[in-house]
Write a protein that binds this ligand. Structure first.
Ligand code: CO
Ligand code: CO
Length: 349
């Protein structure tokens, strides 16, 4: 039996690149073959490309549901559990909703790894759920070659408070509530090529719930929101632009990246998922000349448990950012604005 201390969870992730996520292009091809059926109670479904599914339960009351799971992005099992749970909860927060309960989804090589490791992953998840104020009421587990963990999360909201990704207006200000770079840093973590302080900052951010960012949205004129995850900042921004029929302009120098991200990108720790994202969005993007190819990759870096991307009335943006930053260790930034629709959906200057 291996000693618990020496286990590197990420060595059990055999997937190519970041958490073996299926890229946006492949996913679109697969989904195009599905016949989508909606019922009259569906408020947000497949077609909307939003963060979570939303169904009406009574007049103004909506049920919000999402599911998310992945392979380890860090070595420590307890931390992996916390990150996976924070990431799964994030889609509920991105809709402005309040989580109510969750279920575990768990794959684990039960004959190859100590049971204590499994217990630590689940403990990380349940502690994070407790922090979010919800119980985990059950779940499903399978014996699997590599560990996988995540949650189905249920939430609720009144219809007039629902925040979709489709409500953005030209002229809105864009706010991002966490730095970018966890895909690149996780890749470097797997290759043991990352400085401790860089690793710590990224892990700390991935563990952090988007709860405060979400509840604060209800106090301001937020018109649209999403969370930045697997498709990267630009990928998720493009979904918001398409849904809202606007374009966006980002100021590269205003975008927060974790310290060390640029260096790791230049040292070629860019995960294949981020390269795929970059490729997928290239037709929709205009990059000004001074933005290097690696900086373009950083903008498409696949995020785990990233921050909220918020489109807000321009006269409210500074107030949101100061209110959020007064409470949060991780700081929100204004990163750009929405503009009138144009063929290039995102312009980066
Ligand atoms: Co999302
Ligand atoms: Co998600």
């Amino acid at each position: 039996m291996k000693s618990f201390d020496k286990i590197k969870l990420t060595q059990f992730s055999h997937g190519a690149g970041w958490a073996c996520k299926i890229g946006p292009k492949d996913l679109a091809q697969v989904l195009s073959k599905l016949k989508i059926e909606n019922s009259e109670n569906v408020v947000v479904g497949f077609a909307e490309n939003d963060d979570a599914a939303v169904v009406r339960i009574s007049n103004d009351k909506l049920l919000v549901q999402t599911v998310d799971f992945f392979t380890p992005v860090v070595d420590d099992p307890y931390t992996f559990g916390q990150i996976a749970a924070a990431n799964a909860l994030s889609d509920i927060y991105a809709m402005g909703a309040i989580p109510t309960f969750a279920l575990n989804i768990f794959g684990f090589p039960i004959k190859d790894l100590p049971k204590e490791v499994a217990a630590q992953i689940l403990k990380g998840g349940s502690d994070k759920a407790r922090e979010a104020g919800i119980p985990i009421l059950g779940g499903h587990s399978i014996d699997d070659k590599e560990p996988k963990y995540g949650l189905v999360v249920n939430g609720e909201i009144n219809e007039h408070m629902l925040i979709r990704n489709s409500g953005a207006n030209a002229g809105d200000t864009l706010i991002l509530t966490k730095p970018i770079g966890t895909g690149i840093i996780s890749t470097a973590i797997k290759k043991r090529a990352v400085q401790k302080d860089v690793e710590k900052a990224a892990i700390d951010s991935m563990k952090t719930l988007n709860k405060d960012a979400a509840s604060l949205m209800q106090k301001f004129k937020v018109r649209a929101a999403t969370d930045v995850t697997g498709f990267g900042l630009i990928g998720h921004l493009i979904e918001m632009c398409k849904a809202s029929d606007v374009s966006a302009e980002l100021d590269f120098n205003s975008i927060p990246f974790f310290a060390g991200t640029q260096k790791l990108a230049d040292d070629e720790f860019i995960p294949s998922g981020s390269k795929r994202n970059h490729d997928h969005v290239s037709n929709y993007c205009y990059y000004s000349k001074q933005i290097s190819i690696n900086q373009q990759m950083m903008l498409s870096d696949s995020q785990t448990s990233g921050g909220l991307l918020i489109s807000i009335a321009p006269d409210q943006a500074e107030d949101y950012v100061s209110a959020f930053n007064a409470k949060s260790r991780i700081k929100a930034h204004i990163i750009g604005k929405m503009t009138k629709p144009s063929p290039k959906l995102v312009k980066i200057i």
